[in-house]
Structure formats: C-alpha cells, structure tokens
Write a protein that binds this ligand. Structure first.
Ligand SMILES: Nc1ncnc2c1ncn2[C@@H]1O[C@H](COP(=O)(O)OP(=O)(O)O)[C@@H](O)[C@H]1O
Ligand SMILES: [Mg+2]
Length: 317
C-alpha cells in the first residue's frame, strides 16, 4: 500500500481514492482540500467534472489538463489530473505558474509577429519595385535572393502567429461539413510548383467525400504533412494520401527520420540534420500540426524508417 506521508516532499497533490471519496492525501493534497472522507465533488469543480466522475466510477484511467476551482483555497487553478485506477491514485499537478509564463511568452510572440508585418510588407513592395527597374542580371539575382529571404521571414512570422493563437486558445473551432476533394485540390495547387519540379507522383485515395471538421485546421494539418512528404522525398518518388472516415495518412518514400530525431520533430524550430541540407524550412510545420491535432482532438502517429520513407497518420477518433 502507498504511504502518503512518504510523498509529502512532492510538488504534486497525491490523493488515494475509494470510489469518489478521499482516503488519504499528501500535504500538498490537503492544502488543496483533499481531506480524508471528503467527496471529490466537494473539493473541486471543473468543466470536465462529469467525465472525471464517470471515469473514476468505471475504474478507467484518464489524464486531463483543465481549469479547476478548489473550494478550500477559493481559487481557480490550471491543473493536470492523472488517474491510475489500479492504485486508486489521483495525481493533481498545479500548472498555473507554468501556464502564466507560457502565456507571457506567447503574448510576446503575437505582438512581435504583428509589429513585423508592416515593415516586412514595405520591404517586399520595395524589392518588387527595384526588380522592375533593374536591368542588370547579376543585381536581379541578388534581388531575387532578398525576395526569397523576405518570403521565408513572412512564413515564419505567419506560422508563429498561428501557433501562438492556437496555444493561447484564441482559435475557435468551427465544425462543418468539408469537401475533402476541394481541400486536396487547393493543397495540390499550393504545392504544384514543388511537386512538378521534383516530378513527384502524388496518389490520392479518397474513401470519403465529406468530413465533419474545421476547414482551416483540416487544411493546415494536411498541407503541412503533404508539403513535408514532397519536400523530403527523392525526385520521381511517390507520395500517397489516403483519407477515410476514421483517419488520414500521408506516406512517402523519402529520406525518413532517424530514431533519435523522432521525439524532436514536433518541437518549435527543430529541423532534422539531413532535412536542413535537403530543403529550406522553418521547423514550425509539425509543431503547428501537433497543436492543431490536440486542439481538435485528433491523434497523430508517425512511422518512419531512415532513408526509406515516412508515414504520418491522423486519427479523427
Ligand atoms: N515526411 C518527412 N520525411 C522526413 N523527415 C520529415 C518528414 N516530415 C518531417 N520531417 C522531419 O521533421 C522536421 C520538422 O518538420 P517541420 O516542423 O515540418 O519543419 P520543416 O519542414 O520546416 O523542416 C524536418 O526538418 C524533418 O527533419
Ligand atoms: Mg515542414
């Protein structure tokens, strides 16, 4: 049996439950009101309360991050709940301070992205004007390089802003019936130049016409996955996209991902060592995909073999 006294040094509240009743708790837990014989319902409340009660009563494990109001301290805290039914153990971690810090960082990203757009647009317009006036081909080449760099900056700023918005919870999902074919055509159009220049054979397998989803989220996830598949494929290879009612898969025969890089590819700005040599990029695409999947409740899976190819699957659940 777990002795809660041994757990008093932990930052988390550790609560041992008997059904919905608190049997014991460490000191941190007591501070939040998890006191012996109290029902969970009289300790805290949150939006997911019904779900939490249901899972505990059915002895099912769960992990939830949410805002919860604790009656004992009369305050709302942002916490994670983990329930282990085998031991009847509820672990509550107060993440309020971390969240505040994260939000401050994100606020900064939002503000900077916003402020950078104006001077960036002005630079782009001026390069455009100069290109029109310039006859010297060497100078034109330099101007084109500047143009590409500015485009890349614009992409990074735009992507950082999307990421910050999603993480700050500012994006409101709008669920509607979306035509898969229409979205794929748009993505194909966006990526046409890259696909054609590398002579990539793009194969679509659509097992469903319409999906109930958020148009922007669905488009952004799929576009990033297909764009990566094309980018990290060898010329003339095949990229396969399968969309069904339950999931979508993007499969390529490209450079693949090294085992030791697998964990890191979803980090902001992370780019694989070989990927860096192969094509330009911001390292933000998969980070956006991950956050969008979390937001809409999709499950993201990766299978990949170094030098042989990768397969990204998104399960709609
Ligand atoms: N289909 C793929 N094949 C091989 N590597 C991939 C693939 N998709 C993503 N990666 C790896 O994950 C990294 C992060 O991807 P992403 O966030 O989209 O950034 P970017 O494409 O700008 O590098 C890439 O740099 C690459 O190393
Ligand atoms: Mg990418």
């Amino acid at each position: 049996m777990i002795e809660v006294e041994d757990l008093s040094h932990l930052k988390e509240a550790i609560v041992i439950l008997e059904g919905l009743k608190v049997r014991a708790s460490n000191t941190v837990g007591e501070r939040y009101g998890f006191k012996k014989d109290k029902s969970l319902l009289s300790v805290f409340t949150c939006k997911e309360m019904d779900k939490i009660v249901d899972k505990i009563q059915k002895n099912k494990d769960f992990s939830i991050e949410t805002d919860a109001y604790f009656f004992e301290i009369q305050a709302k805290r942002f916490v994670s709940f983990h329930f282990n039914p085998k031991k009847g153990l509820l672990i509550v971690n107060d993440l309020t301070e971390e969240k505040k810090l994260d939000e401050a960082k994100l606020d900064f990203v939002m503000a900077v992205s916003h402020e950078l757009f104006t001077p960036l647009s002005a630079s782009k317009a001026n390069v455009f004007l100069l290109k029109d006036l310039e006859k010297d081909s060497e100078k034109l080449q330099i101007l084109e390089k500047i143009e590409r760099s500015l485009d890349k900056m614009e992409t990074i700023i735009r992507q950082s802003k999307v990421l910050a918005m999603v993480q700050l919870g500012l994006y409101e999902l709008k669920m509607e019936s979306v035509s898969v074919k229409e979205i794929l055509e748009k993505i194909f159009e966006d990526l046409r130049r890259k696909i054609e220049s590398k002579k990539i054979k793009l194969k679509f397998l659509l097992e469903v016409d319409e999906l109930e989803t958020d148009r922007f989220v669905f488009y952004t996830i799929l576009k990033n996955l297909i764009s990566n598949a094309v980018k990290y494929s060898y010329p003339k290879s095949e990229v396969e996209v399968i969309v069904s009612k339950e999931k979508m898969t993007v499969k390529d025969q490209g450079i693949g991902i090294k085992e030791e890089e697998r964990e890191r590819i979803f980090e902001r700005f992370y780019r694989g060592a070989e990927a860096l040599k192969m094509a330009p990029g911001s390292g933000l695409g998969l980070s956006i995909v991950k956050h969008l999947c979390n937001m809409i409740g999709y499950k993201l899976e990766v299978k990949s073999r170094w030098l042989l190819g990768s397969e990204f699957t998104v399960r709609f659940r």
